[in-house]
Design a protein around this ligand. Structure first.
Ligand code: ZN
Length: 619
């Protein structure tokens, strides 16, 4: 097991600003002083309760209670083990790590399965790219397909590492086997079919993708996690997915379809004021947008859009323009996800080409370039206008019955809107489009709601409960630890006076308090910078992050600390005292030496309890 030197860890944490690490995943805004806040990556929310403190080097979410330091953040958000997370951060920020002698350094054995699968995808993407560029008949075919059929440039292929999966090939499997990836990683990476129980070998690893155009799918951090493969004339007849125009990687430890949007890694850097996300249907649409200079386009994997994807967008920017094919499938898909988008707090609009019967974003941009974007934006519809037109295309000819039915469909969307103000604005908009009185529409909405179960119609996502002990009843150890972390005077006084055996070592806070006080008592405590080295587990880091984010107690410091100390003392002595009394009672009145010693112990404990320790702190 490679062990990273403590000095290296300290160096890393000194050199890497937690803001710079978190901001890759969470859009952060200044929140005064050295604090930043953003939408929590660990639970669903619309108003930011995720705080990052750059001077303390910790983060904490006041919604779901997750907290920790830069290493735990990377562990949690990227699913890495401790050492992997440290190595990942070091690599990103150009920090050289030193390992304990004899511990080996980074080695294949210790890489997690996920890490291996990431690497396999990196190598596979390069392999497919080389096949795309190869001076072979198939290489020529695929480049021709790219430039003539799809009308993309070679430069775009290079930029997105577009590739080609050879028709019959064992080269990728052979190359990966030479790199000594674990059988488990090869089995689970999604690039091969492997019979159950068969050992991975060039002959047993059958490529999933053959004779297809390969589009690498990256996660929001830009790592290749999967592929979309486009069918070609070359796709062999025995491909199990021969008829599918597009086939995707299956879900793997690094790829969850519903949590990923194509091109989000690049688009998120380009969104901003006046530059909303543009949601298109397919990866090639997104590539087309990029090629004409529209750099904010993202695409779901396959047709259906999930709540997870919408929340992912919301994390970076609230405005989304939906630009789907004008065919009925595209429009239906858009109408289906609209309620979820509103629920996620996204401001949706729908791009259309005024007067156009059929519209295909790919063709439109190909013909007119970026100018087409301005054109479709002029014809943009608001979310409600789009919804109204979808459920009732011919409002002019519709009678009361049809309008009522349309209204009911629209109410189902409206109930997803959390803000009362926004809901009423939407209601007025619907009234206009349906050409009915807003007041009667509002009455119908109320009836609809009461039929739906009355109560509140907006379903608020419930963040998972904050870890119990922290927000509510703190243990005594936790409370003292909290005081120690905020007040050096308390720390020093307790270090000198709190008997080690009073601390409950079964508690995380207890172990940490004990370690901290021992450090203070035995060494010259240089202050909080040293705290980090004392934290041994993730649990401890989380706890410290929580406590550091609490507002420091300013009043009655001495009194409160003394109370804590006294509580520990009682908890320690009282059960002993009861035990002694039981024993005294069982001995009866026959005086013997045992009894004498018990009585002496009782007197001593009683005296101690009557004179609790007092710390030399101002009250
Ligand atoms: Zn949270």
């Amino acid at each position: 097991m490679p062990v990273i030197k403590a000095s290296s860890l300290r160096d890393l944490k000194n050199r890497v600003n937690i803001h710079d690490v978190v901001v890759r995943t969470v859009a952060l805004k200044k929140a005064g002083g050295a604090r930043f806040k953003g939408l929590c990556p660990f639970h669903q929310e619309k108003t930011p309760s995720f705080h990052v403190s750059t001077d303390k080097g910790f983060y904490k979410c006041f919604g779901c209670g997750k907290a920790g330091d830069v290493i735990s953040f990377v562990m949690e958000t990227e699913g890495l083990q401790f050492t992997e997370a440290v190595e990942a951060i070091a690599q990103r920020f150009g920090v050289t790590l030193e390992y304990e002698v004899g511990s080996g350094g980074p080695s294949r054995e210790t890489r997690s399965l996920r890490q291996e699968i990431f690497e396999i995808h990196d190598l596979a993407a390069e392999f497919y790219r080389q096949a795309f560029l190869a001076r072979t008949p198939h290489g020529g075919f695929i480049r021709d397909y790219w430039t003539r059929n799809r009308k993309f440039t070679p430069e775009l292929a290079e930029e997105f590492k577009i590739g080609f999966a050879p028709v019959e090939d064992t080269a990728l499997a052979t190359a990966l086997l030479q790199r000594k990836f674990s059988p488990e990683a090869l089995r689970q990476c999604g690039l091969f079919f492997l019979r159950d129980g068969a050992a991975p070998a060039p002959a047993t690893l059958r490529p999933r993708f053959r004779g297809r155009l390969m589009i690498p799918i990256r996660d929001h951090q830009g790592r290749v996690v999967a592929f979309t493969a486009r069918q070609l004339e070359l796709t062999p007849a025995d491909d199990p997915a021969r008829e599918a125009k597009y086939t995707n990687s299956p879900e793997t430890p690094i790829f969850t379809k519903s949590n990923l949007l194509f091109n989000l890694d690049r688009a998120r850097a380009n969104v901003g004021d006046g530059r909303p996300f543009v949601l298109v249907e397919g990866q090639l649409d997104a590539l087309r947008c990029w090629s004409v200079g529209l750099k904010t386009a993202v695409a779901p994997q396959g047709t259906s859009i999930t709540e997870g994807q919408l929340l992912l967008l919301r994390r970076y920017h609230p405005q989304v323009e939906c630009f789907f094919d004008s065919d009925s499938a595209g429009q239906k898909a858009a109408l289906r996800f609209l309620p979820m988008a509103l629920k996620a707090g996204l401001e949706m609009s729908f791009l259309t080409l005024a007067g156009a019967e059929k519209m295909d974003p790919d063709l439109l941009f190909l013909e007119k370039g970026l100018a087409a974007y301005e054109e479709v934006r002029r014809g943009a519809m608001s979310a409600m206008e789009f919804a109204c037109r979808s459920v009732l295309p011919n409002v002019a000819d519709a009678g009361a019955e049809l309008k009522a039915r349309a209204a009911t469909e629209l109410f189902a969307i409206l109930t997803q809107v959390e803000s009362e103000v926004a809901r009423m604005a939407f209601l007025n908009e619907i009234a206009q489009h349906l050409r009915v009185a807003a007041s009667s529409l509002e009455r119908d909405l109320r009836n609809f709601q009461s039929r739906q179960g009355g109560s509140r119609f907006a379903t608020t996502p419930t963040p998972s409960a904050p870890s119990a002990s922290i927000e509510g009843g703190k243990s005594i150890e936790e409370h003292l630890l909290y005081l120690c972390l905020h007040h050096d005077a308390v720390l020093r006084a307790l270090g000198a006076q709190l008997p080690h055996e009073w601390i409950d070592q079964s508690l995380t806070a207890g172990r940490l308090l004990d370690r901290l006080l021992a450090e203070v008592a035995h060494n010259d405590w240089p202050g909080r910078e040293q705290l980090d080295q004392l934290l041994e587990t993730q649990e401890e880091k989380t706890l410290v992050a929580h406590l550091l984010f609490e507002t420091p107690q300013e009043e009655n410091l001495g009194k409160i600390t003394d109370e804590g100390l006294r509580a520990l003392q009682r908890r320690f002595y009282e059960p002993r005292l009861r035990q002694i009394e039981l024993e005294i009672a069982s001995k009866g009145t026959n005086g013997d030496s045992d009894l004498y010693s018990l009585l002496k112990q009782r007197a001593e404990i009683t005296r101690q309890l009557q004179n609790p320790p007092k710390l030399p702190l101002a009250t």
